[in-house]
Design a binder for this molecule. Structure first.
Ligand code: ZN
Length: 219
């Protein structure tokens, strides 16, 4: 089982990875999508996880792999049907992650009305930093999330632009499935998503959270 370790040494086995789509209005619009009324939810397998310093391997069947930098929540409690206040208490830690997406594959799936799974589930498609415990870190609406590719800024936005904040996202998901300790939640990406190619170096940052650096390689 994939496990994550916090900066202070706590270990969590990772169960499921739940992701939010279109959680920033400007990103929904850049891909020609409506702004959602409820959080749009999908799942990645835990087998997709990689960590700081590792490589993202682009599958041969895609020619348009995109970066999506996202704040990632580490769940610390069993949460079922909880409101935002209880949800907030269930967030044990924060990390920064990359929800790597095969945009060409996703566009084909969207056209057919199929689930996005094949565009989102490949090995190495969920990169995460080390996690810091919530009590050691303060996330505010002004906190910025950013991504550089080869040193050039591609994404940079305040977390306050999220349509559904972390407490609302966790509360919503807990109405649909039980969240368990070690589950991870990718909270959606701001605008600026774009293609990466083998050789690119990605650096994802959220102020106060350990940085995530990964390289892209060909399969
Ligand atoms: Zn995403």
């Amino acid at each position: 089982m994939n496990a994550i370790t916090t900066t202070t040494g706590e270990q969590y086995g990772v169960g499921k990875i739940v992701c939010v789509g279109r959680n920033y209005a400007a990103h929904a619009k850049e891909l020609g999508n409506e702004v959602p009324e409820f959080p749009l939810i999908f799942i990645k397998p835990a087998s997709a996880l990689i960590f700081d310093g590792m490589s993202i391997i682009k599958p041969a069947y895609s020619d348009d792999m995109h970066h999506e930098v996202e704040l990632v929540l580490l769940i610390g409690k069993n949460l079922k049907n909880v409101g935002p206040e209880e949800a907030q208490k269930g967030i044990a830690g924060y990390g920064v992650g990359l929800d790597m997406t095969l945009r060409d594959v996703q566009n084909e799936l969207k056209k057919k009305g199929h689930p996005w799974t094949i565009a989102k589930c490949f090995d190495t498609s969920a990169a995460v930093s080390d996690f810091i415990l919530s009590k050691h870190c303060s996330i505010t609406p002004e906190t910025r999330i950013s991504l550089t590719v080869n040193g050039v800024v591609r994404q940079d936005a305040p977390l306050g632009l999220m349509l559904f904040d972390p407490a609302k996202v966790v509360s919503y998901i807990s109405q649909k499935m039980t969240l368990e300790p070690g589950d991870l939640i990718f909270t959606g990406t701001p605008e600026g998503v774009a293609k990466v190619v083998p050789g690119d170096i990605l650096s994802a940052k959220v102020a106060g959270i350990p940085e995530l650096r990964v390289k892209v390689e060909a399969e």
